[in-house]
Ligand binder design. Sequence first.
Ligand SMILES: [Zn+2]
Length: 257
Amino acid sequence: MTPLRAGRVFALMLLLTIAAQYLHEAGHWFVYQALGRQPVWGFIGVVQVWGETPVDVAGWTPVVSRSGESGWLRVSSDVSGPVEGALAAAGGPLASVFGALIGWVVGRWSQTETRRAMGVGLVLTTAVAMGLYYARSPWRTGGDEQDIADALGIARWPLDAGLGGYFAVIFGMGLRELKPRRARALWAALALVSGPLIGITLAVADGVLRQATARGDPLTVGILGYSLPVALVGVVGVGLLWVWSQWPLWSATQRPG
Ligand SMILES: [Zn+2]
């Protein structure tokens, strides 16, 4: 494996990590859209501010967190009741579950080596992003699973354990599709680096976006329920993935150089 080829795998991993995060958020976004809540979505959740009031509160809804903190969500009204609450919280994890599964199917059965590599990459990046999240669950308060548990009046740990186990298993299943075998350690390592790197980057970008939206910056206008910068990054990301699928830069089954 040449450094150049490793660099290409890393670039693909970064791109697919963004795709995995977008898929997760799209799951939440879809439920809010389906429930007619007119959301404006950020990079890591619906646009929201805490402990301050937006300059113009039109399009925002005041909410109170579990810990009693008051904030504002960029929705026409908040989801209400156990069914809506559970659906809105479950949308993201479910999208990640299906995203990883579809990645595995593509990684195993797609006709072209490039698409198989991209499928495996989606499995690994999704599993790392979600797996690291569940690994932190004993130290975390809140989160999607807490919201589901609260809405349904059940304990959170079975959700954390079940979903964490699923992503651990599918991570291994994804790695098994990589040929040659010696590529496995590199791909696993690059997915593990890419996950936190993109996770932190999107969290920082989301903080900037929330502040700009609260100030009423016109560049944060919502398009189909996505904040403009989020929509633009999504379009560019899809475009780059399409380019990658057309002009293979690396494939999982290629002989190592
Ligand atoms: Zn989520």
